[in-house]
Design a protein around this ligand. Structure first.
Ligand code: NI
Length: 500
């Protein structure tokens, strides 16, 4: 998907410099002309339990910022939005040449939201530092009843309806917005008008048309880069297609094209009709249930983007807070395999790490070799440590790592956690050499890796800014161990070395 997106970026770049005018709230949007079609959007405050996750970094002229919503009762939808943005970031970072100034900004806003349907518009602005800046947007939809994430194509009853929409949008752009056919985005123009199915609207069957999610995704893949994917509903009840790559008449903003409410209805699938109903809804409370989910909510699909879990053992220690500062510079999330005895000594540091989104996990009370203990001894040691972690952070640990990486059948049997090892060993505790630590961490890390560090050693913490920069440049996302394996089902007493 990332590759396709960058193809689309190049197409949009041909529209030249595009100003970025993303509204901060409400439904004021786009077009500058009076009476211009307005895309309907939803106040996020209507959605019960909605959380907003922000990530940003600003280092050496490179600025990245993403803001995405998390709806606890719609986890697959939240994951889709976050992962779509992460794919875009990876594409942006890996396509980047040189180290010059550049920026990437991504935001999402809700187009519709009720207990039945969610729709979100993801907007991206890229600036590679030269004269070329570009903006683009796409949409994602959610069938709450089925728990299914859907692409824009799911709104339409079939391919003919999409062709008819393209023809109408091209016509309106030409006749009402004054955009010549040959200046219109690829997929519109004269070709779209010519390809319009004759009488598609009149001939359409009158009953609702169910479109299977798989078919909708297949069609969206076929139509990747379509100028119609930035589609929502207008304040007057029809479809609105927006063009972030097409400035308004005064050179700012973006163009939007509205299709009449009457002309819209025959184009829609059964899901599209539900989305339209959601758009028309005046209900200002949305409750999808499950809004009070406890514990961290992981929303990145590491099967789709390169992820790495940086892990830090044996702390907290005197360098841990400096490490937290460095991680914060990249909005990087890490996992700390802490000792219960150390947590007791520095609960504030552990509390801060947890508050900043890091995972606090179990590394036993005082680093005893678990293979020298009875089963009962193993369980008691882990329980005591878990209690200290929960006392400091308010949440129990979800994974453990045995000291020295040493385990046997007895210790596994009495371990009530997934057992997390590593596939990249920086040997930092032995070599205490910042350059070697950087080299190992950057050359051996692959998507899905778990990297072993110890934050009790200064040379290790010294290495982290360089490690973060190098892996970030390669498009990696820094996640906790739990997020790395999100959706794969970590099992207690089972040993994991990486995500395959
Ligand atoms: Ni250790």
């Amino acid at each position: 998907m990332a590759v396709h997106l960058s193809t689309r970026i190049r197409r949009l770049l041909s529209a030249g410099i595009v100003l970025w005018l993303l509204p901060t709230s409400g439904c004021a949007f786009g077009g500058s002309a009076e009476g211009a079609p307005r895309l309907r959007t939803v106040e996020p405050t209507w959605i019960d339990g909605l959380k907003v996750q922000e990530r940003s970094m600003d280092e050496d002229g490179l600025r990245i910022s993403t803001v995405h919503p998390v709806v606890p009762g719609a986890r697959p939808f939240s994951t889709e939005i976050h992962t779509t943005m992460a794919e875009e970031q990876t594409a942006f970072m890996t396509a980047r040449d040189g180290k010059g100034a550049a920026s990437l900004e991504q935001k999402a806003e809700f187009l519709v939201a009720n207990d039945d349907v969610l729709g979100a518009r993801i907007t991206t602005r890229r600036d590679n530092g030269g004269s070329e800046a570009s903006a683009s947007a796409t949409t994602r939809w959610y069938d709450a009843a089925r728990g299914e994430v859907l692409p824009w194509t799911a709104l339409f009853r079939d391919r003919d309806a999409i062709r008819a929409t393209a023809a109408e949008v091209a016509r309106v752009l030409h006749e009402e917005e004054g955009v010549e056919f040959d200046e219109q985005p690829e997929g519109l123009g004269q070709a779209a008008v010519s390809a319009a199915p004759s009488d598609a609207v009149e001939d359409a069957p009158s009953g609702p048309v169910e479109v299977a999610a798989d078919d909708a995704w297949k069609l969206a893949a076929e139509l990747e880069g379509s100028p119609l994917e930035d589609v929502g509903f207008g304040t007057s009840g029809g479809l609105v297609v927006s063009f972030p790559g097409l400035p308004g008449e005064d050179g700012g903003g973006e163009r939007s094209v509205a299709i009449d409410a009457d002309a819209t209805r025959p184009l829609l699938s059964a899901f599209g009709e539900r989305a339209l109903a959601a758009a028309a809804s005046e209900d200002k409370t949305v409750d999808l249930g499950d809004a009070r989910t406890s514990g961290p909510i992981t929303t990145l699909d590491c099967a789709r983007v390169p992820c790495v879990a940086l892990t830090f053992d044996d702390g907290p220690g005197e360098h841990t807070e400096r490490l937290l500062d460095d991680l914060a510079d990249y909005s990087a999330k890490a996992t700390f395999y802490v000792l219960g005895s150390m947590v007791e000594e520095a609960p504030d540091v552990v509390a801060r790490a947890a508050r900043e989104g890091h995972e606090i996990a179990n590394h036993t009370w005082k680093h005893d070799d678990l293979t020298a203990k009875s089963g009962k001894g193993v369980a008691a040691d882990l329980a005591r440590t878990a209690k200290a972690i929960e006392k400091a952070t308010g949440a129990p640990p979800r994974t453990m790592r045995p000291p020295y990486g040493a385990y046997d059948d007895t210790s596994l049997k009495h371990t009530d956690y997934p057992v997390i090892m590593w596939d990249v060993d920086t040997r930092d505790w032995m070599n205490r050499d910042t350059r070697k630590i950087v080299k190992t961490a950057t050359t051996e890390t692959a998507p899905g890796s778990i990297v072993l560090f110890h934050d009790i050693h200064a040379p290790t913490v010294d290495a982290i800014p360089t490690v973060l920069r190098a892996l970030h440049d390669r498009g990696f996302h820094f996640v906790t161990v739990t997020e790395l394996f999100g959706g794969t089902g970590l099992e207690p007493g089972t040993v994991y070395q990486r995500r395959d």
